[in-house]
Design a protein around this ligand. Structure first.
Ligand SMILES: Nc1nc2c(ncn2[C@@H]2O[C@H](COP(=O)(O)OP(=O)(O)OP(=O)(O)O)[C@@H](O)[C@H]2O)c(=O)[nH]1
Ligand SMILES: [Mg+2]
Length: 476
């Protein structure tokens, strides 16, 4: 970009140069040892098993159903690295190289062996990388040891996700929650990190709503944690009051949940005619939004769009975002949105299940929404659509983008929601009750209408709240 100042007429919008994108080098690790099922994070101990299974997702699901135990499918290292690529891009970085190492067991000091680390240092240098992104959670000492060899900033997966959250938080509450998670992540990492941290010049892992992020004094950070928690508590109290006001009306809340990028916001917009952000970036939505939706029975429900989930969602984030996720915990119905076009949708679903458990919301009434069927083979899509027409089906196939299947989805929601339950009644309303008749037209499904002796006889299906308003005209 030319830096020479040019005279521009007043009122001309200033075009800012795109900030230079950070150059990121990705590092993945596949651990070949089998049977260490407790392995956390991206150490894909059962990677090869998962890969075999991924080739035949239906067979996998069937065998899981037969054994009665849902097996948790795992991402293999390549898939995991592909996801890391999207995360890196969502954080605004440019991926300039990547390396995947397969080994039998992670090295406790540096995660990967010394020889490989030297090789990575060379590759990162020749790609002129600014930062190394590890597809793992690193212990504080691993991170330091690796940085010593690589001579570049090293960011682990949790830190990367926290960074994307920091970038996307818009509301005060969202920002506070991200700051809290960042502080909690930082606390155990302070020892010996003082100099390096204060020298960081910005970029992934250094962004955050809080100005205190580079403070190395543990006590100051602990104090800030308490302060942020207090502020979150205040926001939460206001939200509880708002919710209590809302809950005095018989309106059920329906929460959209699902893996990041499944299309929750797109579906939310399609159902509510809202305009929340839809984006191919991960974690585009952080702050929850609520909007009313009219069901075919003319009942209203509140639909909530919220933050997406991801494999091994950092625990600090789940707890920091508990207030945001309260909407999910309190919902009458959960719509679990999956990307039907993704080869990984079974793996992603399993991860969503884990977070729902953590939120103690796994037993709530639920509908599965398989989204993006426009990306499927036409024939497959048609047969799936026909499938979801079956009355008892708990899965509905839709394309939020093209608006396919949404009517069916609304019908299904209508049949599951219990609040303000719908019943069919027979009414005789005097014709002069124009207002009541108009109210019925708007809020009830009318099946028949007969005019007789200055009154209207109606056969209607209406929510209990509406029936109460016309109870004096209900015929026995
Ligand atoms: N082809 C197709 N693309 C879709 C559909 N629904 C959503 N998308 C695309 O998928 C991407 C993610 O959509 P979002 O609605 O932002 O997804 P989200 O689940 O809200 O994601 P986060 O808020 O980031 O967790 C966007 O690029 C959408 O345009 C669909 O039915 N068909
Ligand atoms: Mg979204």
């Amino acid at each position: 970009m030319a830096r020479t100042a040019k005279r521009v007429p007043l009122g001309t919008p200033v075009v800012r140069p795109e900030p230079e994108r950070e150059r990121a080098f990705l590092v993945g690790l596949e651990v070949r040892t089998r049977g260490r099922s407790g392995a956390k994070g991206t150490v894909t101990a059962q990677a090869s098993a998962a890969r075999d299974a991924a080739a035949m997702p239906t067979a996998k699901a069937e065998s899981a159903a037969k054994s009665g135990k849902p097996s948790i499918p795992e991402f293999d290292a390549d898939e995991s690295l592909a996801e890391l690529r999207t995360l890196a891009e969502s954080a605004g970085a440019e991926v300039v190289g990547e390396i995947l190492q397969r080994r039998d067991r992670p090295d406790p000091a540096t995660l990967i062996g010394a020889g490989k680390l030297e090789e990575i240092a060379g590759a990162a240098a020749s790609a002129d990388a600014d930062v190394l992104l590890f597809d793992h959670d690193l212990s504080p000492s691993q991170q330091r040891n690796i940085e010593k060899v690589i001579q570049r900033r090293v960011i682990d997966r949790t830190q990367l996700i926290l960074d994307i959250f920091a970038k996307h938080a818009r509301t005060r509450e969202g920002q506070l929650q991200v700051e809290l998670a960042q502080l909690q992540y930082m606390l155990p990492r302070l020892a010996g990190h003082g100099i390096e941290m204060s020298q960081l010049g910005g970029g992934i892992g250094t962004r955050g709503p809080g100005e205190t992020k580079l403070e190395t004094d543990r006590r100051k950070i602990a104090r800030r944690v308490r302060n942020v928690e207090q502020q979150i508590e205040n926001v939460r109290r206001i939200r509880t009051q708002q919710r209590q006001r809302r809950e005095s009306a018989p309106v059920a809340t329906v929460a959209l949940v699902g893996y990041t990028n499944a299309g929750k916001s797109t579906l939310f917009n399609a159902l509510t005619h809202a305009k929340v952000l839809e984006s191919p970036r991960m974690f585009a939505t952080l702050d929850p939004t609520l909007r009313g939706v009219d069901l075919p029975s003319k009942r209203k429900v509140l639909l909530s769009d919220t933050v997406g989930f991801i494999r091994s969602l950092p625990h600090t984030l789940v707890s920091a975002f508990r207030a945001t996720l309260e909407e999910v915990q309190r919902a009458s119905l959960i719509l679990h949105v999956s990307d039907a076009s993704s080869r990984l949708s079974a793996e992603q679903d399993a991860q969503v299940e884990i977070v729902l458990k953590e939120l103690e919301a796994e037993k709530k009434p639920r509908l599965r929404v398989m989204n993006k069927i426009d990306l499927l083979d036409d024939e497959v899509a048609q047969s799936l659509l026909a499938d979801s027409m079956r009355e008892e089906s708990k899965t509905v196939y839709v394309s939020a983008k093209e608006g396919t299947g949404l009517d069916k989805l609304l019908e299904r929601i209508d049949s599951v929601i219990e609040e303000d339950s719908v019943s069919r009644v027979h009414l005789r309303v005097p014709q002069k009750e124009g207002k009541m008749l108009a109210m019925l037209e708007a809020k009830a499904r009318i099946y028949s209408r007969k005019y007789k002796d200055g009154a209207v006889e109606l056969e209607v299906e209406a929510p209990a709240s509406v029936v109460r308003r016309v109870r004096e005209w209900v015929l026995a």
